[in-house]
Design a protein around this ligand. Structure first.
Ligand code: 16G
Length: 245
C-alpha cells in the first residue's frame, strides 16, 4: 500500500490524508473487494502515524460504506453490489429468487421459536384462542452479501417446529400443503437504524425498503405475516404496467 509520505504531502488533518490513500487503494483495486485490511497496528507502522489516526480514517470509510467491520475477524473492503432486479408480480421465495440468479442463498437466524401471539398476530393470522405462533427472524444472504432482514409470523398449525427449519420457509410450507398462492405486499422507504444497518453492513441511516407481505392460501386464510428490511442499494423492484381503464 502506498502509505508513506503522508506526513509531508499537502495540508489538512493526517487522518483525512490516510483516508484518501486508503480510498484510492480501494478504487484502484490495490485493495481488492472482500480483502481484509491490515491490522490497525501494522497500518500505523506503514504510514508512520498513530493508531488513533488509523482508527479515525477507518471509521470514516466504514461510515461511508467502503469498509465493514466484522465482529472478531477484522475490517474488510466492501464488495460493490450488482443490483438485484425483483419482479413485483410473482409470489416467489427468497431461496428461489437467489437460485434463479445463480446466487447462493444462506440465512443467519435472528430469532426462531413458538410464542404466544400478539393481538396483531392473532387478528392478522386469524388465530383461534390458545394457538401459538411461530416466529422466524433471518438475515438473508446472496453470495455472502447480506441483502435483507426478514421477520415472519406463521400460525404454529403450519409450522409446528420452527427450530427444525433449515433453509426455505416456502418449501417447508409446501410440504404441509400450505404454500401461499396470493399475497399483498406493501413497500415503503425507511432509513436503516443502527442495529439493522450493522446487520446489513451498510452505513447507519442508509436507505432501506421496508416490506410487509401478507400471504394467503387458496381458501383465503392468511399463512404468513412477514416484515422485512431490504437494502436500498441492492434492489430494484420491477412491475409491468398496462393501460388502465
Ligand atoms: C421472500 C418473501 C418473504 C418470504 C420468503 C420465504 C418478502 C419481500 N419476501 O423473501 O415474505 O417469507 O421469501 O423465503 O417478504 P424462503 O422460502 O427462502 O424461506
Amino acid at each position: 500500500l502506498p502509505l508513506d509520505g503522508l506526513q509531508s504531502g499537502g495540508s489538512g488533518p493526517l487522518y483525512l490524508k490516510l483516508r484518501q490513500s486508503l480510498e484510492d487503494a480501494i478504487r484502484s483495486g490495490k485493495l481488492g473487494h472482500g480483502d481484509a485490511l491490515p491490522a490497525e497496528r501494522d497500518l500505523a507502522d506503514y504510514a508512520s502515524v498513530s493508531r488513533v489516526t488509523v482508527r479515525k480514517a477507518v471509521d470514516d470509510l466504514v461510515r461511508d460504506g467502503l469498509l465493514t467491520r466484522r465482529h472478531g475477524s477484522g475490517t474488510f473492503v466492501v464488495k460493490p453490489l450488482s443490483r438485484v432486479e425483483q419482479p413485483l408480480t410473482k409470489l416467489t421465495s427468497f431461496t428461489e429468487d437467489m437460485a434463479r440468479r445463480g446466487l447462493v442463498s444462506r440465512s443467519e437466524w435472528l430469532e426462531r421459536g413458538l410464542f404466544h401471539p400478539s393481538p396483531e398476530e392473532m387478528m392478522m393470522l386469524g388465530l383461534a384462542p390458545g394457538t401459538m405462533v411461530a416466529r422466524i427472524g433471518r438475515l438473508r444472504f446472496g453470495n455472502d452479501m447480506p441483502l435483507a432482514i426478514e421477520r415472519a409470523s406463521i400460525s404454529a398449525e403450519f409450522l409446528p417446529d420452527p427450530v427444525s427449519l433449515q433453509q426455505s420457509l416456502y418449501a417447508e410450507l409446501e410440504k404441509k400443503d400450505a404454500r401461499p398462492v396470493r399475497a399483498i405486499q406493501r413497500i415503503s422507504a425507511t432509513n436503516l437504524k443502527k442495529i439493522d444497518a450493522g446487520l446489513l453492513e451498510v452505513p447507519i441511516e442508509a436507505a432501506g425498503l421496508s416490506i410487509e407481505r401478507v400471504s394467503y392460501l387458496a381458501s383465503g386464510r392468511v399463512v404468513e405475516l412477514t416484515r422485512s428490511l431490504y437494502r436500498g442499494d441492492a434492489y430494484d423492484f420491477v412491475a409491468e404496467l398496462s393501460l388502465g381503464d
